[in-house]
Design a protein around this ligand. Sequence first.
Ligand SMILES: Cc1cc2nc3c(=O)[nH]c(=O)nc-3n(C[C@H](O)[C@H](O)[C@H](O)COP(=O)(O)OP(=O)(O)OC[C@H]3O[C@@H](n4cnc5c(N)ncnc54)[C@H](O)[C@@H]3O)c2cc1C
Length: 536
Amino acid sequence: MVGLPTVRSCSLPGLALLLALASATPDVTCTSRSLLQKHSDVGAAAGALQAAAYSAVDVAIVGAGYAGLSIARELQKANVSFRLFEARHRIGGRILDEDLNKQGKADDVIELGGQWLHDTHTGVLSLLKDLGFELYEPGQQLGSQKFPCGGNCPERVSTSRGWLNTSSMHGRMVVPMTMEESTAFEEALAAVTEDISNTPCTEPLSHPKAKLFDSLSYSAYLREYHKLDAFPNVYSKVADQCLEAEAAKNVSALHCLWKASCNGGLRTGSVQYRVRGGPQAPLQHLAAQLPHAALHLDAAVSAIKQSKEHRALKVLVTNTSEEVLARHVVLAGLPPRQILGIQFEPNLPEEVVQLLHGLSLGSIRKYSLVYKTPWWRAKGYSGSLRYVNYSLPSFDAQRCFDNSPYSGSHGVLTCMTTGDVNRGLESLSKEARFETLQAMVQEALGPPGKEDRSPRVVEKDWSEDARSGGANVFYSPGAFASSWPGTSKVFFHHLLDKSIWIAGADYSSTSHGYMDGAVRTGQAVAKLLVQKLRAS
Ligand SMILES: Cc1cc2nc3c(=O)[nH]c(=O)nc-3n(C[C@H](O)[C@H](O)[C@H](O)COP(=O)(O)OP(=O)(O)OC[C@H]3O[C@@H](n4cnc5c(N)ncnc54)[C@H](O)[C@@H]3O)c2cc1C
């Protein structure tokens, strides 16, 4: 679209570019002329050029998850030149699917990372619709006749009175409570709802108690401020409304209130649809549509430097001698620690650095028990269970659910273990982890039949994944209020510094932490970039 002032846009891939330069093809203008003139010896020139060679594009996108690929799609539609750099050997980021039978059948996959979509996730839903991907609700899989209760069998919940069944009231799952608990629950919910409505999404610090709420963890806010300490079952139910992949005692209460405010109220449930073929498939589809040589895998960006000579940003990629000049760079979905690991020249603004230091990633693992059959259905259970660990200070709730593939080729129970519980599991051996989770499942659902006594395990601990480091970001107590200037700049303007942009689920005020947030911010940044490039 718009070329750089001193360099013409060049779309040759690295090796072809070097060969073209070594033979001094007059058509190639994307290298330094002075170097060409200095080195009469072709071999020496090629060596020197290898270090200096670069290509030039309008936009360099860093990260090929939902955010990065959404940006690429929009830029491609607008005919803007770009390169997409992904550090891993695969695309998808925190989206990863596993083919259970290794026969390449789309309907045999289960999700190891992001999975669920909801009607409120309109950004990602319309993208998937455009791409022709189907969604389905649990119970609608092939062979759904095997689901008793029309797919709405009770969930099992561990309470201080032992394991109980939930019941369904007005379409909502209801945790069994005593009269006293129900009253405490309604009162706490009303009080939290009022605090949320007094915490505007764009001005959360205007709540008169914003600083106090930021200093409290969500756990302390509920137990001490809203006096739920005497009602552990109620506490665990309300705490669940601020769904972070981290213990409530580690998350700022103001962060939870702000997030709920930006999303239109307390969580109504983000668990609704799965993508048929898995959520990684639409990304593979998008990647396959990209222009030739636009996507670079195994290409971790290590530095982004201002080049005064070219009035552009120089993007340095690890493991390759290629440098890319770009008018704009978008960091797409990189968790804070990954951004802080990149060398910026000049440095990022202080308020942005402070914000990135204040954001943490929750600890999360998906642990799937792959059985021959979904044996719990025959017992009249949905397979969903919520286990509250009452021995922990913040009664962390863990959940498992029926995650059988669409094809019905296996029965799969997937448990999401988070926060302190997950850190505890990390310290166990593989065998001990299996014993622990198997025991929890059997306590809730009873023993499986003979053929299902030795399930296969498929697990992914995202906290140990070097490029992700967890599920999604949250603010620790005390971090939100102090980093608000950086937050408002990043979350509402998507700008880190002049021509460095940011997108991704972690930096979205709407659908924060979800695939939808990644798509929305990606599309918003792409729109701003196209406008800017057209105007220049
Ligand atoms: C276990 C789990 C369960 C989840 N469940 C759900 C759910 O049910 N529903 C939902 O909507 N969301 C869920 N999420 C969250 C969802 O997966 C993420 O919000 C979303 O995928 C993030 O997309 P993104 O593009 O913003 O970031 P990412 O997917 O993380 O993409 C960022 C990319 O940048 C790359 N990268 C990092 N550093 C560099 C570098 N220096 N150079 C080049 N590339 C780099 C990374 O490798 C990665 O591919 C879940 C996440 C996890 C882990």
